[in-house]
Design a binder for this molecule. Structure first.
Ligand SMILES: [Zn+2]
Length: 94
């Protein structure tokens, strides 16, 4: 498994290829985690592996299996017209 990791925020415009898919860095923004640790949020533009539509994926300084698909195709096997059913949750926990 390949994990891309940056020590410092890379410059916007950087293009990386992850598992044959291209990601272009759009912005890098400082961010603070819930525990107060400063980090960076990187926004990448890529193209959906299914339909080719451009989409944005945000990651931290390490890219571990970033999205390869647009939000519409993010979940394979989930038909686009069953959105309402997808929000149903089975059972009550607790
Ligand atoms: Zn798509």
């Amino acid at each position: 498994m390949t994990v891309l990791r940056f020590n410092t925020a890379p410059e916007p415009g950087l293009v990386v290829v992850h598992r044959g898919q291209q990601y272009e860095l759009i912005t890098s923004q400082p961010h603070r985690r819930r525990d107060g640790t400063p980090t960076v949020v990187l926004s990448w533009q890529s193209r959906c592996a299914t339909c080719g539509e451009p989409f944005i994926v945000t990651t931290g300084l390490s890219l571990k299996d970033p999205n390869r698909r647009c939000p519409r195709h993010h979940r394979p096997g989930l038909p686009a017209n069953s959105k309402r059913k997808a929000y149903r949750r089975g059972g009550v926990h607790g």
